[in-house]
Write a protein that binds this ligand. Structure first.
Ligand code: 5AD
Length: 347
């Protein structure tokens, strides 16, 4: 196992059979070995700095019905909300004052926020905060819409691929969603010039070691600038309510392998990881992650953006208590790094 990790570090790739063997057979020792190498790579590139991004969850209305997600259209129990443009700009103002230099606008695929409306919001943030990066995370669109939003001033786009295995994808999503369209979106985003993020859930229902192998092969070929990955966590009002949560250890192992394979990648220690385990995010940083995304949404709305049960919303997750996050990171020898934190910007 250690020999495979050494070879990944040297050659930055493995075969599908080797990836599968790693995921099927890893133990704590292998995981810690990978974490040590990954941490060294991250330290060499980013020092002890962790970038922080302000997450603005501006709508929980979604036309899609992903089986895992708490804000799926079919969940009649979700209390739905949309932020107004002024509320979104208010989040940016609070965030800027707190030191944030990246704003991540994340939402469901809400038809109300069509390209024109969204472009207006992006342009207003761009005008108000010329020194900040704007990241969008609003799902699948035609290429022309991605281009319009890029012209309006967006710099980055997060669209998790969720799984790179087609058969697996089809078990996580209803028929009207397509693996091919997801992949088309990702390649359009990258071609347009967005710093593009993809990513998968760890331990989602029906995931096998082969699925994770396909994820690693896809990441190798696609070379995203960012990878968002966290454990699957069940939500009680979804078809996957009774499924087991993904493993924190496997998530940490995947983070380390991503860092080793793609040394410059921007790799968040996600909210799901912090929800699954109280010290999950710190362990994520020690496994090679270098980004944390505290929540900048209005506090009263946070409980309604419930993608999975018990999603963390306070303490180190909240933008107004960055001091908590700072203290937690300093315990492990890391600090928050102010700045946009662009891909490759550390070189
Ligand atoms: N558990 C973990 N992650 C989830 N996401 C959605 N639902 C869940 C869940 N139940 C992730 C998806 C999506 C991102 C915004 O949140 O990967 O792309």
């Amino acid at each position: 196992m250690k020999a495979l990790i050494d070879r990944l570090n040297a050659e930055k790739t493995l075969s599908r059979a080797e990836w599968t063997a790693l995921f099927a057979g890893f133990d704590d020792e292998t995981r810690e070995y990978a974490a040590e190498i990954a941490r060294g790579i991250a330290r060499a590139r980013f020092g002890n700095g962790v970038y922080f991004r302000g997450l603005i969850e501006f709508t929980n209305i979604c036309r899609n019905n992903c089986y895992y997600c708490g804000i799926r259209a079919g969940n009649a129990c979700a209390a739905r909300y949309r932020l107004t443009k002024d509320e979104i700009l208010g989040c940016c103002a609070r965030g800027y004052a707190a030191g944030f230099r990246t704003f991540v606008l994340q939402g469901g695929e809400d038809p109300f926020f069509d390209t024109e409306r969204l472009s207006g919001i992006v342009a207003a943030i761009r005008a108000g905060y010329p020194d900040c990066a704007i990241t969008l995370s609003v799902g699948e669109m035609p290429r022309g819409d991605y281009e319009a939003l890029f012209r309006a001033g967006a710099n980055r786009y997060l669209l998790r691929h969720e799984t790179a295995n087609r058969a697996h994808y089809e078990r996580l999503h209803p028929d009207r969603m397509s693996f091919d369209n997801r992949m088309r979106c990702l390649s359009d985003l990258k071609a347009i010039g967005y710093q593009t993020g993809c990513g998968m859930m760890i331990g989602s229902p029906f995931q096998t070691p082969e699925c994770l192998a396909d994820d690693m092969l896809f990441l190798r070929a696609f070379e995203p600038q960012m990878i968002g990955t966290g454990p699957f966590l069940p939500h009680h009002d979804t078809p996957f309510a009774g499924e087991a949560p993904g493993s924190v250890e496997l998530t940490l192992f995947v983070l380390s392998l991503c860092r080793i394979m793609l040394p410059d990648v921007l790799l968040p220690a996600t909210t799901a990881l912090g929800t699954a385990s109280e010290d999950g995010r710190r362990r994520g940083v020690l496994a090679g992650a270098n980004v944390i995304m505290p929540n900048l949404s209005p506090a009263a709305r946070r409980k309604d953006y419930m993608l999975y049960d018990n999603k963390a919303t306070g303490g180190e997750d909240a933008a107004e208590t960055l001091s908590v996050l700072r203290a937690h990171l300093s315990e492990i020898g890391y600090e928050l790094r102010v700045g946009r934190g662009d891909y490759g910007g550390n070189r």
